[in-house]
Design a protein around this ligand. Structure first.
Ligand code: AMP
Length: 463
C-alpha cells in the first residue's frame, strides 16, 4: 500500500525543510547547491529528499520544471558519498545508481545535473543513449562509474555485450516513467529490472499517475511513499495561459505578431508533426527570424546543436515536436506557443511545463485553428478549466524582413489545406509524430536520421 503525502503534509521533517541545510545534506552537496544559486528547496525537493535519505522507495508525481532532478540526484549523491574514491581501478567503481530516462535529451540533462551537484565529490558518472557511437560510451563504462544515466535500449546494448554489470546497483531511478511507458519501453524496463539486485531503493518519477504507472509501481517498488506536488493534470499555476482563434493560413502572422507584441526574446513553438515543424521553421527563417527545428528525424548532433544555440540565445524561436521537446530544460524560458494543439491533451501540460519553471512566471499561447475546437475541448477537460481566449493584437511590424502581408506564392500549410478542404476535420489533420516513427535507435534501430537543422543568424535588425 502506498501512503499519500499531500503538499504541506503533517510529517514534521517535511514541514521544516525550508532551507537546504534543513535537509541535512552533506556539506559538499550544500556547497554545490549554493554554487548553482538555489536558495530554497522546491516543494518536490523538500518532500522527496528526506524520504530518499531515509531509504524509502518513492512514487513521485512531478513534472519537468519542478526541480525533480535535484529531488532525486541530491539525496542519491549524499547516500553514495561513502563510496567516493579516487582509485584508478575500475573494480572500485561499480555502478551503484542507475537513472533511466526516456529520451537522450533528458538523459543528457539529468547527467549534467548529476555532474553539477556532485562536482565536489570523487564519484564517477556517465550517460549512455542511442543515436551516438558506442566506443566513447564503452570506454567510459569500462573505466567504472558509480552513477549511470541511460536510455533503456542503449543500456541493454551495453549490458548485452557485457560492458556494464548492474549487479551492484543499489539505487534505481525511473525518470519520466509515464513517457517511458508511452514510448513502449516496458519490455526493456522489465529486462533491465531482471539484471538488478532485488534489494535496492527505487524512485519513480512521473508527470501523471495513470493506471499503468500504478501497476508499474506495484511491480517494481517496495512499499513506496507517494509524493505529489501538483494536483493531477493541472498545469503550473505560474503560467499565463491564453488562446487565440486563428485560421490556419494566418497562424504564421499571428505568431510573429504576438512575439512582437509581447516583446518575447525566445520561445519554443510546438507543432504536431515533423512536416509542419520543417515548414514553419523554413517560413520563419525566410522572414529573417533566428529559428531552429528539432524533431525525431533530426540527427542527435543536430538536435543538440539546435538546443545549444537556443540555450545561448542565438536562436529566438525553437520549433519543436512533442517528442523532440520532451524533458528539455531551458532556464527562464519566457513563453511557449502551441502553433498546433496536441492530439493528446496531456502533451499540452508537458508543453507548457517548459515555461514558468521552478517558480518563474511564464506564458503559454495557443493558436487555435477552426478544426482544432475538439482538441481545445480535450485540453480544457484535461486541465479542468477553460482557456482564456483573447483577440489578436493589432498588426505590428514583422520581426523578420519579409513584406508584412503573406506572399501569394507561399505554399499553403498542410493544416491550411486541411482547413479549406471539405473533408471531416479529424481526417483532414496531418498525422501526429508517432513514437514508432522516430529514428531513435533505442526503440527503432537502423533507421537513418536525416535532414539538417536549419539555422539563420540572429536578425541584425527587426525592421
Ligand atoms: P527539473 O524539474 O529537474 O527539470 O528542474 C527545472 C529547473 O529548475 C532546472 O533548471 C534546475 O536547475 C532548476 N532548479 C532545481 N531546483 C531548484 C531550486 N531549489 N531553486 C531554483 N532552481 C532550481
Amino acid at each position: 500500500m502506498t501512503e499519500l503525502i499531500a503538499a504541506a503534509a503533517s510529517t514534521p521533517a517535511l514541514e521544516q525543510a525550508r532551507t537546504f541545510a534543513d535537509l541535512h545534506l552533506a556539506p559538499e552537496i550544500l556547497a554545490a547547491i549554493e554554487a548553482m544559486g538555489y536558495s530554497t528547496p522546491t516543494p518536490i525537493q523538500s518532500q522527496a529528499i528526506p524520504l530518499v535519505l531515509a531509504g524509502r522507495d518513492l512514487l513521485a508525481q512531478a513534472q519537468t520544471g519542478t526541480g525533480k532532478t535535484a529531488a532525486f540526484a541530491l539525496p542519491l549523491l549524499h547516500r553514495l558519498r561513502g563510496f567516493a574514491n579516487t582509485s584508478t581501478s575500475p573494480a572500485r567503481h561499480p555502478v551503484r545508481a542507475l537513472v533511466l530516462a526516456p529520451t537522450r535529451e533528458l538523459a543528457i540533462q539529468v547527467h549534467e545535473s548529476v555532474v553539477d551537484y556532485g562536482q565536489r565529490m570523487p564519484l564517477r558518472s556517465t550517460v549512455v543513449y542511442g543515436g551516438a557511437g558506442m566506443k566513447e560510451q564503452t570506454d567510459a563504462l569500462r573505466g567504472g562509474v558509480e552513477i549511470l544515466v541511460a536510455t533503456p535500449g542503449r543500456l541493454l546494448d551495453h549490458a548485452g555485450s557485457k560492458v556494464v554489470n548492474l549487479a551492484q546497483v543499489q539505487f534505481l531511478v525511473l525518470d519520466e516513467a509515464d513517457r517511458m511507458l508511452d514510448m513502449g519501453f516496458l519490455p526493456d524496463l522489465k529486462r533491465i529490472l531482471e539484471l538488478l539486485p532485488k534489494a535496492r531503493q527505487t524512485l519513480l518519477f512521473s508527470a501523471t499517475f495513470s493506471d499503468d504507472i500504478l501497476r508499474l509501481s506495484g511491480q517494481f517498488l517496495h512499499e513506496p511513499q507517494k509524493v505529489e506536488v501538483a494536483r493531477r493534470n493541472t498545469a503550473a499555476e505560474t503560467v499565463e495561459q491564453v488562446g487565440y482563434r486563428v485560421p490556419e493560413a494566418d497562424k504564421l502572422d499571428a505568431l510573429l505578431r504576438l512575439v512582437k507584441a509581447r516583446g518575447l526574446t525566445q520561445a519554443i513553438v510546438f507543432t504536431r508533426t515533423k512536416l509542419t515543424a520543417d515548414k514553419l521553421g523554413r517560413q520563419l527563417q525566410k522572414r529573417g527570424v533566428a529559428a531552429a527545428i528539432i524533431h525525431g528525424d533530426k540527427a542527435q548532433v543536430e538536435r543538440l546543436t539546435a538546443l545549444d544555440g537556443f540555450k545561448k540565445g542565438e536562436i529566438q524561436l525553437l520549433v519543436a515536436t512533442d517528442i523532440a521537446a520532451r524533458g528539455l530544460d531551458i532556464a527562464e524560458l519566457p513563453a511557449v506557443f502551441n502553433y498546433e494543439l496536441p492530439y493528446h491533451a496531456e502533451d499540452y501540460v508537458h508543453r507548457i511545463g517548459r515555461t514558468g519553471r521552478a517558480g518563474a512566471s511564464g506564458l503559454a499561447v495557443s493558436l487555435i485553428g477552426k478544426e482544432e475546437e475538439k482538441l481545445l475541448a480535450g485540453v480544457e477537460r484535461f486541465i479542468q478549466r477553460s482557456l482564456r481566449i483573447d483577440s489578436l493584437p493589432e498588426p505590428a511590424r514583422s520581426i523578420g524582413h519579409e513584406p508584412r502581408s503573406e506572399p501569394q506564392s507561399e505554399p499553403q500549410s498542410e493544416a491550411g489545406r486541411a482547413a479549406s478542404s471539405s473533408r471531416p476535420a479529424a481526417d483532414a489533420l496531418p498525422a501526429p509524430e508517432q513514437p514508432d516513427a522516430l529514428p531513435n535507435p533505442d526503440y527503432k534501430r537502423g533507421q537513418k536520421a536525416a535532414v539538417c537543422a536549419l539555422f539563420m543568424p540572429f536578425p541584425r535588425s527587426a525592421s
